[in-house]
Ligand binder design. Sequence first.
Ligand code: F6P
Length: 544
Amino acid sequence: MQNIDPTTTLAWGKLQQHFEEIKEIKMQQLFSEEPQRFNDFSIHWEDFLVDFSKNRITRKTQELLLELAEECGLEEAINSYFGGESINRTENRPVLHTALRAKDSECVRVDGENVIPEVFEVKAKMEAFSNAIISGNTKGYSGKKFTDIVNIGIGGSDLGPAMVTEALGFYKNHLNIHYISNVDGDHVHEILKPLNPETTLFVIVSKTFTTQETLSNAITSRKWFLDSAPQEAVQKHFVAVSSNVEKVQDFGISKGNIFPMWEWVGGRFSLWSAVGLSVSLAVGFTKFNELLEGAHKMDVHFKKEPFIKNIPVQLALLSVWYNNFFKAESEVVIPYSQYLQKLPSYLQQAIMESNGKSIDRNGNPVGYETGNIIWGEPGTNSQHAFFQLIHQGTKLIPADFIGFKKSLFGDKGHHDKLMANYFAQTEALLKGKSQDEVKKELSKQGLKLEQIETLLPFKVFEGNKPTTSLLIEKLTPGSIGKLIAMYEHKIFVQGVIWNIFSYDQWGVELGKQLASKILKEINASDVSNHDDSTNNLLNSYLKK
Ligand code: F6P
């Protein structure tokens, strides 16, 4: 993978000039001038229709963005990514979450070894374990079937599986799945409160098995369990997913109860590994595997499809266009499905932990904007919360609208209402409402001229707000796999263009180090050597 400062490319200069020419252009004007616009700027692929025609782009913008991708060596970078090169150079690791959903006939080498057989061995172990727990063949220490699964993890060891468990809620079996992540003791105690130790299975997920939050919650849960269960029952009720076998064994979980993961899988991209064990328990291994198959299809699309019809490439380039030329600071993701309510927070880690970097791949500070801020909530709820700002605020916020053609329970009345809002919002953001339209509307309502003039500026919608619509046939494990993999590859493309390392996360270390130092001071009731603000806050806490 080459280290190319995007701003030194020819394409960047051309894009800058092109931006000056079209920055004021109205998308509505483009739609009226280009009858082919929808066809030109949409991609039909499998059960996905991705419409990016409601964006502030022309054919020329697209051509120049594609030139930028070429000059930044995107094609070569994709080969390095899938080929297992150590593209996570600051941690000297390949980035191979794609190998977790590869076919068993494929060969992906890490240090000369094909890792696919090992991946399938772990999948077989997950399948057997999930079947035994779901069927009730494997029972708790007192002979009762398991009813509740508690996943203990944080970051990638929580957000991915928690998001997918919720997304696939429609396909779930009888097991109740709980997620404990925060070191806030109120979280763990609240979750444990109604549970019966005899029927509760704990899945401790931590790649490193050194994470303070996860270990604290695991210790507290084991103590809660042992308040009523015998010591030897721990082996029946605690399993772990980790790449640190030694530390898991130190905790008291035997080797047979460990589901391995590998250094070449980043935490925030790990839900496809045994980190997804709680998902497999929730919906069964067959459905979990369908999720992997969906992701694999997106991998093949991303690897093989020409960039002009390549969904992750097009979405990433659009994002670069807004981030670096329009200087948009954030992007919003609005899933029109309550099942996807956790998608935005999952994407926050995936996107912001990956591309929130200010040092380029040469080790120099970047002279341009990188990772965007990501946020969102499901529609229609978000329409009644923050859409005001998107429609009439001062900021440009490109939005992804995700909708499904079919509802899962088949309630057509509700689904038509939901989707009418999905379509209406992107149209409203495109068109806005002109002064003339507002005047006509208010005079129809019988308002006097003077009242109309007073209200007019507040009722006008500028429009021309960019949106990308993803219209998917149905929410299934396969389509969710495709959707997540789509965002994963978008992140990769952006990192390539911005010339940053997307797969490390050094930025989370400083806070962790200081927290452990401060915890020692709290335990010793001895506060020293901080800035005046922190000293006073700590002293006030200690006086509680
Ligand atoms: O927050 C940093 C981080 O390392 C994430 O990247 C990771 O997903 C999370 O902590 C949890 O790490 P682990 O799985 O090792 O407990």
